[in-house]
Design a protein around this ligand. Structure first.
Ligand code: NAD
Length: 252
């Protein structure tokens, strides 16, 4: 499949995990990918892996929680590649803890990186998308949007992504822009490994318990989210907008 020939895609948090898998998938299908991440060195490594495989990518260090940084990186990337066709709001962090003792800083940090960044990046991207009457925005929500013990901040941010998505679909739809979200369940990445460590478990044991609770009896892989993001960012989903698609191995 070559669904992204001549398309420019910006993927945030693309140095590793789901973001890196998405950057690889879009590039494999012909996109030129701007690999944005807080960790500029790892973003560069991901971009180099993509180009080594024959794809087109460039790395940009960017703190998506910093509006000035986002605006200047989008200006730089759009100047390098002429425009932006696809935005994947993927950067995310967790700062888990029970609500009654959750520090305000942990609330603010999680909201800033997981939710406000999607607002800021989409606002930066839509200036190019509206002008060309074409754009695809896909944001990472989570199964945790439905509520998850120890994740008041993360659940609120990921539920916010779903409301933002539904609203941007209404406001940007008239300009030919599709806006959707995906809500993964347990996907084995550094994020879930860090959660395992925090609760005193090994990554393997944590995954085994998650797999037991999942109808498909296994946890997900980053590539299994990337393929759905690519679908929603492609013309295969041309009449899909305002939706959040759960990628959860059948769990309710
Ligand atoms: P990850 O921790 O492996 O990767 C996240 C990436 O985001 C890292 O490269 C990190 O450097 C980057 N990042 C963090 N803060 C940033 C900032 N301020 N600016 C720019 N980049 C920043 O996580 P992952 O598991 O690949 O998760 C990717 C997305 O998917 C996140 O939004 C996460 O909430 C969501 N998600 C993950 C799971 C899962 O089970 N792994 C489930 C549901 C949703």
């Amino acid at each position: 499949m070559n669904r992204f020939t001549d398309k420019v895609a910006v993927v945030t948090g693309a140095a590793q995990g789901i973001g890196a898998a998405t950057a690889h998938r879009l590039a494999e299908e012909g996109a030129t990918v701007a690999v944005l991440d807080l960790d500029a060195d790892r973003a560069l490594a991901t971009a180099q892996e993509i180009t080594a495989k024959g794809g087109s990518a460039r790395a940009y260090g960017c703190d998506v929680a910093d509006q000035d940084d986002v605006e200047s990186v989008f200006t730089k990337a759009a100047a390098d590649f002429d425009t932006v066709h696809v935005l994947v709001n993927n950067a995310g962090i967790t700062r888990d803890g029970l609500f009654f003792k959750m520090p305000r800083n942990d609330w603010d940090a999680v909201l800033a990186v997981n939710l406000t960044s999607a607002f800021t990046c989409a606002q930066a991207a839509q200036t190019y998308m509206v002008g060309q009457r074409y754009g695809k925005i896909v944001s990472l929500s989570s199964r945790s949007a439905l509520g998850n013990r120890g994740q008041a901040n993360y659940a609120a941010a990921k539920a916010g992504i779903q409301g933002l998505t539904a609203t941007l679909a209404i406001e940007l739809g008239p300009y030919g822009i599709n806006v959707n979200a995906v809500a993964p369940g347990y996907i084995a990445t550094a994020m879930t490994a860090a959660t395992a460590e925090r609760v005193g478990s090994s990554a393997e044991e944590h995954q085994r318990l998650a797999a037991e609770r999942t109808p498909l009896r296994r946890v997900g892989r980053p590539e299994e989210v990337a393929s759905v993001v690519a679908f929603l960012a492609s013309e295969d989903a041309s009449y899909v907008s305002g939706q959040t698609l759960y990628i959860n191995g059948g769990a309710r």
